[in-house]
Design a protein around this ligand. Structure first.
Ligand code: MN
Ligand code: MN
Length: 304
């Protein structure tokens, strides 16, 4: 579909994906590292942006998942395209801002850049965490119309901190699902992308769901796809995913990205949007619009 055919719909779903990411992060962070039993005892069903958790957050406060996405999106808009050194500088500025949480692999990658200026982490067996996957949404929105540009920029930004084929495969699959949905695609389009991922890497098989929720990118993709494909609304999807606990903020963020792209901004519960950190909400709304309907997006779309 050409973007000019449905600009309002594309924008609505892009904002849904980005706000969904942040809402899922803020909702999940409250129960990060808890077990489903611990969550049930403390909350019954956890379904509100109440803050707290091991990071002692304010209600509606987001964590590294959303903040690193915002840093990446800002870098793309500032450079008027994808420029890895600009991305690296924005990640470094974010780390220096004393964020509430930083993943180990992200800290190591940014630290390496600070020491030697290198923009790529060497292959590392331990780099199969979800820390690159969680922040790639701005690349998907920026390269909505160009799959080759999407793949190239995604892998570059990922390898800055995470150099592992399973992380790469997860990033490309979730990003392609998001792009398909923002462009007006269906759940069936996502099913085809998920099936292709599983056909190449059997380890991502999510039916039957293995119920593992660590920060390992395979666990993350299985949890997110299980939640996405077994629910019928934005709220049900996020509530189901975060109540599984574990890396609940990242699982919530990625489930929120997909569900927001499918169901659109209007499907995000008002009570969640009202609670979301207003500064974060404003930055997201600005970036989503600029990435999918700004001059960069027109440059891709006009080549069709
Ligand atoms: Mn986080
Ligand atoms: Mn997390």
């Amino acid at each position: 579909m050409r973007q000019s055919d449905d600009t309002a719909g594309v924008l609505q779903r892009a904002r849904g994906a980005y706000l969904g990411l942040a809402v899922g992060d803020a909702l999940g962070a409250t129960v990060e590292f808890l077990t489903p039993g611990e969550i049930a005892r403390a909350f019954g069903v956890h379904r509100d942006l109440v803050g707290g958790g091991w990071l002692r957050l304010k209600p509606g406060q987001v964590t590294d998942d959303t903040q690193m996405s915002l840093a990446l999106g800002e870098a793309i808009l500032e450079a008027r395209g994808f420029h890895l050194k600009t991305v690296a500088d924005h990640f470094l500025a974010w780390l220096k801002s004393k964020p509430v949480d930083v993943g180990n692999t992200c800290r190591r990658g940014i630290g390496r850049y600070l020491r030697d200026g290198s923009l790529e982490s060497p292959f590392n067996e331990g780099d199969a965490g979800n820390g690159a996957c969680m922040r790639n949404l701005p690349v998907a929105l920026y390269a909505l119309h160009d799959d080759a540009a999407f793949a190239r920029a995604s892998i570059e930004q990922c390898h800055f901190t995470h150099n592992h084929p399973l992380s790469d495969a997860a990033v490309l699959a979730l990003g392609r699902m998001t792009r398909a949905l923002v462009l007006g695609g269906t759940r069936e389009d996502c099913r085809a992308i998920a099936d292709a991922l599983v056909a190449v890497h059997r380890t991502f098989r999510f039916e039957p769901y293995p119920r593992r929720t660590t920060g390992y990118v395979v666990d993350t993709v299985q949890t997110v796809l299980h939640g996405f494909f077994t629910t019928g609304s934005f709220e049900d999807c996020l509530v189901k995913v975060v109540n599984l606990g574990g890396d609940a903020d990242t699982n919530g963020a990625l489930a929120g990205m997909l569900a927001g792209a499918l169901y659109g901004e209007a499907a995000i519960p008002r009570r969640w949007l009202r609670r979301l950190d207003p500064g974060v909400r404003k930055r997201i709304e600005g970036q989503a619009g600029a990435l999918v309907t700004g001059p960069l997006a027109r440059r891709w779309a006009d080549r069709d």
